[in-house]
Design a protein around this ligand. Sequence first.
Ligand SMILES: N[C@@H](CCC(=O)N[C@@H](CS)C(=O)NCC(=O)O)C(=O)O
Length: 219
Amino acid sequence: MDALTLVIANRNYSSWSLRPWLALKHAGLPFEEVIIPLDKPETRTAILAYSPSGRVPALRHGDVRVWDSLAICEYAAELAPNAKLWPEDRAVRAVARSVSAEMHSGFASLREQMTMNIRRKVAGVVPTGSTAADIARIVELWTECRSRFGKGGPFLFGTFTIADAMFAPVVTRFRTYGVDAGKVGEAYIDALFADPAMAEWVKAAHEETLVIEKYEQHA
Ligand SMILES: N[C@@H](CCC(=O)N[C@@H](CS)C(=O)NCC(=O)O)C(=O)O
């Protein structure tokens, strides 16, 4: 098989990069990493060399280019079917795809108000309005998935799936901004942080020396 190269941005801030990185790790697929720091004069040109959208993550696999987080997760699931990155049951898989797509296309207020910043802890944030509504919906969704489909393990559909990869950055935001996810939600957050691949990313984010000032000023 051709070598895989995943192009990502700063681990501390790039929520979209974390998702396919986790999916590839859980797929057991070896890959090389290219890290392009965000918010630098050369960032756009550097990303465009790999990604026609000018955004990361992007995956290179021989002649194949995949340039969107969810599309890369899907590609990983196809390359490594035995890793079961989607639930096996079609009806359950449809729910997993729905929650993943809901994350991918939604929760704009949460994403804007509570940017991913793994290294940071911000006290005293009281979410209001559409951010509070986003949080309530996420907690509802986690609680429902855990109670309906979570019997086989600690993740949304039991064992780790793409749905967990999609929510991994949200879990870090809840910790950064001290969001209370309730009993089921907090257990789910703990489970994701205990995942070895996630722990590897979080450790690397803490060790990273790149700082983007505008993302440090929030709240
Ligand atoms: N919908 C895209 C979003 C990707 C995205 O917004 N990536 C950001 C980094 S997290 C980016 O590349 N920004 C380019 C820049 O800031 O120059 C996906 O799911 O991959």
